[in-house]
Design a protein around this ligand. Structure first.
Ligand code: AMP
Length: 209
């Protein structure tokens, strides 16, 4: 199964991609995570992409497409965070065609802006293991400490209100074109992204079956 999980920042696609990858027995490829790791390690790619990520802007297509090319193959995957615009969607098609492969399905997690702002501005992440918390709906047992590894909880640099709004705007401008692209190919399904992660996952599973 080669699947794209598409949705705005904060739609829950990262969480669902992990669950779906385990459920289907395929790897999850999260472009955002890969880029954050490059920034953390201060690699040459990390240095280039940092400035865009901190402002909530898309990293240039050429840079991210090269990263994706290294990661996708015909063995199956859940792709999270790519494509994010029409040129990337077309590029992905070419990359996969070279590997005699193609996308099976694109799942769109549909969610409104206010829910996004609420989710992202109160999101905290363990610096150590990456586990996600929400200050209201899923707070840690001890303030600022991870329940699993006691690591320090931090706010992502791009989870501030100003940057969240920018990220939403970037998403909103591009999403219609991507959705149209996969709809025309008969590969698009839309899933309501509201509700807790288990409820959304059930909806995705129902769609797949
Ligand atoms: P995410 O974790 O998916 O919200 O991505 C965090 C940031 O990484 C985005 O705001 C962009 O700056 C960058 N990024 C992630 N995926 C892409 C992509 N497909 N194209 C360009 N930039 C991306």
């Amino acid at each position: 199964m080669k699947l794209i999980l598409f949705g705005s920042p904060g739609s829950g696609k990262g969480t669902q991609a992990v669950m779906l990858g385990e459920y289907l027995g395929v790897k999850r490829i999260s472009l955002g995570d890969i880029l954050r790791e490059e920034v953390k390690k201060n690699t040459s790619l990390g240095k280039e992409v940092k400035q865009y990520m901190e402002k909530g802007l898309l990293v240039p297509d050429e840079l991210v497409s090269r990263v994706i090319e290294e990661h996708v193959d015909d063995s199956g995957f859940v792709l999270d965070g790519y494509p994010r615009n029409l040129p990337q969607a077309k590029r992905l098609e070419q990359i996969l065609a070279k590997k005699k492969s193609d996308i099976d399905i694109c799942i769109y997690l549909d969610i409104d802006e206010q829910t996004i702002i609420n989710r992202l501005s109160k999101r905290r992440i363990c610096k150590n293991c990456g586990f996600n918390y929400h200050l209201q709906t899923m707070p840690p047992k001890v303030a600022d400490r991870c329940d699993h590894c006691q690591g320090e909880l931090i706010q992502r640099r791009d989870d501030t209100l100003e940057v969240i709004k920018k990220r939403w705007q970037v998403f909103f401008e591009e999403n219609r074109r991507i959705l149209d692209f996969y709809r025309k190919k008969g590969k698009l399904v839309t899933v309501d992204g509201h509700g807790n992660k288990e409820a959304v996952f059930e909806k995705i599973k129902a769609t797949l079956s």
